[in-house]
Design a protein around this ligand. Structure first.
Ligand code: BES
Ligand code: ZN
Ligand code: ZN
Length: 486
């Protein structure tokens, strides 16, 4: 999909079809030329409601008011209606809510790219979208004078970030038979081959040398050997150093604490955090942001077998702490414990984030749309929450407290991998991870549980069924924010 920006008025652009956004049901606006037809067809211009006037080559879509979120989802819905049509070129005007703020134009491009996504790797018949190019006119709904250079940057960043989100979606949607730790490492390596990213892969021998016994224990019963991936974007004159660690469980069967059948389906999505890290690194390098970014992925498959790790085992993590295993399905925190410890040994960062489909409790607590953000620093958590608001993702804070922390105490080891209470599981998982954050990183760390939004069972907004790419747009806004600030 190609995007072009032009100062030409919308009328002077030739294209197969025009998309017109109807704002706040206002059919009187100068952009709307088909009032009678629209009224006849029963079009009410509600948010995301579409009306394709084939003979006019115009596609109308409603939004409640001009905002990034509304435009993003409306455009995603609109582009979907063009699947299996033969239009190849689209034109659309600008819809800004402020003459200087380009967020809506970025959201519009994201809507096109995210909405056009479909995963058909396993379909014999591929779904076809024939759209090749989209021309955005700077003729604005509110007649604002727009800065073409700023708009061009917003457009290009929107495309990069949305394409990276689709890249992550593809990885997550791939079956566990086709995407296992070695494959995740290959994807990372091929990203590095095509860019300036550096890539280091740790195989079992190196993992043993690094004393990552906890991660190795989770991986033991699988025929697929684990990998730890380290991708680096190192620009000259970096303004800050950011580490992002992703949970890359290419399959989570639960291990010996086997998941019930209904809960096991979709567990190919347990690699969503790690896959998001790969997408983020791709976008960071393409945008060449002035921030040093380190992406780590703990890529492991959690299976059963005679060699499986067990409830009752005590494992020694890389940082020396001992962990009593009471449930092998709480494996993500074990993989992250060692990967976080390794990441901190390798990089002294200004900020350290982890992204993981860590707990069903997060989904119970905040729902399917929202990620939970935890940590010791209000400032770092607020950076994530603020970034979420403009990114198109939802995130909310969950507070740690010392009483819940007591529930992960162990009688025989330093800490237990599950809580003794059945409530507050997202927080106790976060507090478990806190044990593996060094003192000098404690105020620099935030944990993001994406278990809710990572995998979509009922399509919503710009997210079709399947992987959403959660974490990519969010973390890109975090990193871009740090690049601007410092
Ligand atoms: N990968 C799961 C968490 C999960 C659940 C992600 C649903 C996405 C959707 C994780 O490894 C897990 O199984 N967690 C357990 C922890 C429990 C045993 C303490 C859970 O949430 O039930
Ligand atoms: Zn699990
Ligand atoms: Zn898991």
């Amino acid at each position: 999909m190609n995007f072009e920006l032009t100062i030409n008025p919308i009328k002077d652009i030739t294209s197969d079809i025009e998309i017109i956004i109807v704002v706040d049901k206002n059919l009187e606006h100068r952009f709307v030329e088909d009032i009678e037809l629209l009224e006849k067809s029963g079009f009410k211009a509600g948010q995301d409601e579409t009306c394709l006037l084939i003979e006019k080559n115009r596609l109308y879509v409603g939004i409640e008011e001009i905002s990034s979120t509304n435009v993003r989802t409306a455009i995603a819905t609109a582009i979907k209606t063009l699947i299996s049509t033969s239009y190849t070129t689209i034109k659309i005007a600008s819809y800004m809510n402020h003459p200087k703020c380009t967020a809506v134009i970025r959201a519009m491009v994201e809507g096109f790219v995210l909405g056009a996504y479909s995963f058909d790797k396993y379909k014999t018949k591929k779904s076809e979208l024939s759209i090749e190019s989209i021309t955005i006119s700077l003729e604005d709904y509110n007649e604002y004078e727009l800065d073409i250079e700023k708009c061009a940057i917003a457009m290009s960043n929107g495309q990069t970030v949305a394409e990276a989100t689709n890249f992550t979606r593809d990885i997550v949607n791939t079956t566990p038979e086709d995407c296992y730790p070695e494959i995740m490492a290959d994807i990372a390596q091929s990203l590095a081959n095509k860019s300036e990213l550096e890539c280091k892969i740790l195989k079992p021998k190196e993992l043993r040398a690094e004393k990552m016994e906890t991660l190795l224990a989770v991986a033991r019963a699988s025929r697929h050997k684990p990998r730890v991936i380290h991708l680096t974007h190192k620009p000259k004159d970096a303004k800050a150093i950011v580490t992002i660690v992703g949970k890359g469980l290419t399959y989570d069967s639960g291990g010996l604490s086997l998941k019930p059948s209904d809960y096991m389906v979709t567990m190919k999505s347990d690699k969503s955090g790690g896959s998001a890290v790969l997408g983020i690194m791709k976008a960071v390098s393409e945008m060449n942001l002035p921030i040093e970014v380190h992406g780590f992925v703990g890529a492991v498959e959690n299976m059963i077998g005679g060699d499986a790790y067990k409830p009752d085992d005590v494992l020694v993590a890389k940082n020396g702490k001992t962990i009593e295993i009471r449930n092998t399905d709480a494996e993500g925190r074990l993989v992250l414990a060692d990967t976080l410890a390794y990441a901190q040994q390798e990089v002294k960062a200004d900020y350290i984030f982890d992204i993981a489909t860590l707990t069903g409790a997060s989904v119970v607590g905040v729902g399917h749309y929202t990620s939970s953000v935890m940590g010791n620093s209000e400032e770092v958590k607020d950076i994530v929450i603020k970034a979420a608001k403009i990114s198109g993702e939802f995130a909310t804070k969950l507070d740690f407290n010392r009483y819940l922390k007591k529930s992960i105490k162990s009688e025989i080891a330093d800490i237990c991998n599950i809580s003794s209470t059945r409530y507050g599981g997202a927080i106790t998982a976060g507090q478990f991870l806190e044990e593996f954050i060094d003192d000098d990183h404690k105020q620099k760390w935030a944990h993001i549980d994406i278990a809710g939004p990572a995998f979509v069972e009922h399509a919503w907004g710009e997210n079709p069924h399947g992987a959403s790419g959660a974490g990519v747009r969010l973390m890109m806004r975090v990193i871009e924010g740090l690049a601007r600030q410092s």
